[in-house]
Design a protein around this ligand. Sequence first.
Ligand SMILES: Nc1ncnc2c1ncn2[C@@H]1O[C@H](COP(=O)(O)OP(=O)(O)OP(=O)(O)O)[C@@H](O)[C@H]1O
Length: 629
Amino acid sequence: MMSAPTRPAPTLPDGERLSLRDRAHDLGRTLGLVWRASPKHSLTYALTTVGSSALPAANLYVGKLLLDEVARATQGGVTFASLLSLLAVQVGLVVLGSLLSTVAGASQQLLGDALQHAVTRRILDKASALSVEAFENAETYDRLQQAYREVGTRPLGVATQLVGLAGAVVTLGSVGALMAQLGAWVLPLVILASVPGVIVSNRFGVENYRMLRWQTHDARVQNYLGSLLTSDTLVKEVRLFGFESYLLSRWRAYYLGFRRQLVDIIRRRSAWGFGAALLSALLIGLASALVLRRAAAGQLSVGDFSVFILGITQIQGTVSGLLNGVSGIYQNLLYMRNLFSFLELPTRDLDAGEEWVGRVDSIEFRDVGFRYPLTDRDVLRGVTFTVVRGQALALVGENGAGKTTLVKLLTMLFEPSSGVILLNGLDARRFSPRSVQRQMSIIFQDFGQYQMSARENVGLAEVSRLDDAPGVQNAVEQAGAAFVETLPGGLETPLGRLFQGGRQLSGGQWQRLALARLYFREASVLVFDEPTAALDAQAEFETIQALRAHAGERITLLISHRFSTVRLADHIVVLDGGVITESGTHAQLMALGGRYSALYTLQASGYADDQGKGRPAADQTGIGAVTGD
Ligand SMILES: Nc1ncnc2c1ncn2[C@@H]1O[C@H](COP(=O)(O)OP(=O)(O)OP(=O)(O)O)[C@@H](O)[C@H]1O
């Protein structure tokens, strides 16, 4: 059986190291969020809730008067009218209670909805402003996930619990004043009886929160494993290789790990809970004995006794509500700390810096190095090359050599750790990344397959022209994605399987659409990261032709493992372990007889063997035709 995953011991979440002052600050911030989400509903909810908290004492008191009157009636001298007037007051209180709780419930719901929208919006705004780097950092990503997952409950939880606390104080004060008249020790004993249960539930509540937080990472892994088993795109591979049971056993190993922690908590919580209930029963018994002693001495009326009996439930409910409210606020504030620290994450202002205007005519990497955050290895070192307008530069290298990382630097998604990138001879750091990025268009290796219409899939490259149907059409043709015209709704056909009525495309068709997206943006730098991986030979040939047609006016950067494509570039850079080991034209590199020539010959001989008829290898992929013109 698969063993449970092991991870280093958990560290305390940020919130648990906070001082009282910081917590008070977070509380103030949370209330600020709530208030801004909807002042009207915040106020209505607070007033109605606190108002209705005084009703239990009023009910108890009128009930006591009524009982005493009924008891007196047995001795005569009480009119039906006086009993009826007390009943009318009691009914009035019930009606008022219903009215207040209806208004409180409705305003809470509306406030919750407004608050969820406001906080989700802030999370999404923040996520949109975070750098790509932040998404590649597991801790930040966990923080985002948690903030997003619990946004519907936590902020509202703080507000309702705080209002609940104010209400509990009102109830406790008013009911307590009534009960205090039954004997000096009665109220303290009843209050004390509520405490053990609350302490136990709080202690385990915090432990539960810590457990869930500690499990966030593993739960993500488990969810991922589950998603592999339910994915429509992966089902073929999973079935063919038959690794369902492996995935299931890993998924189950995580479940068993969670289960062990849960069983442990439940066991301890039950034992402590039972002990607390015993202690509480003992204290209530003692308070009852004190009251009964006064009753036996004829010092209490039937009404007084009803205040005691009903008051016990009322006080216990209120005290536990009060203490739970405090611990609930504490727990929700831990979440809020997580949310605030996510919202406080530094963002890279993509608009900071000078605005880049005009085309990019040259890109120069000068001794560029890069190391991913929180890692201890440089994935690029001393990278130096120049590419100018009209040139196509190809990057080759084995998996993990650093090609995609280089593209991330070139497209200003990441900043180099050392060295400098010059655009038209100027330090790229001077310019706002967004303005430079507007000059760039790209097809990534893991390009998006947007479950939207074909037009949107292309138009997303330049949202301001999303409705430019002729422009989209043009890009579609350039990318050889004319198949979209044959779809039932043409460009408006919804794509993908996620939503009803969507048309699923093949891998190559999705890739052509991604190419159309690249062409749709009028950019001076085009980056192709494995643009032909999912294309057939004919499509690859057409793509390369389109690429060549554009090369004249632009800078083209091409990453490919297909040497048939690579050899067409004007300049080829070979990356090995993050370092440039060779560079030059295809002919120069072949003449050099180094790594490039070895790999090229290896791939070419593969084609030749396949064919076995002595036809030139390159013809197989249409390269002969391309280079021959
Ligand atoms: N987000 C990341 N955090 C840490 N290391 C990373 C990250 N992304 C990539 N790397 C590491 O950087 C190195 C270069 O990766 P990169 O994706 O640039 O390679 P590549 O040449 O594009 O590979 P491939 O041909 O497989 O696409 C690899 O060793 C990889 O493990």
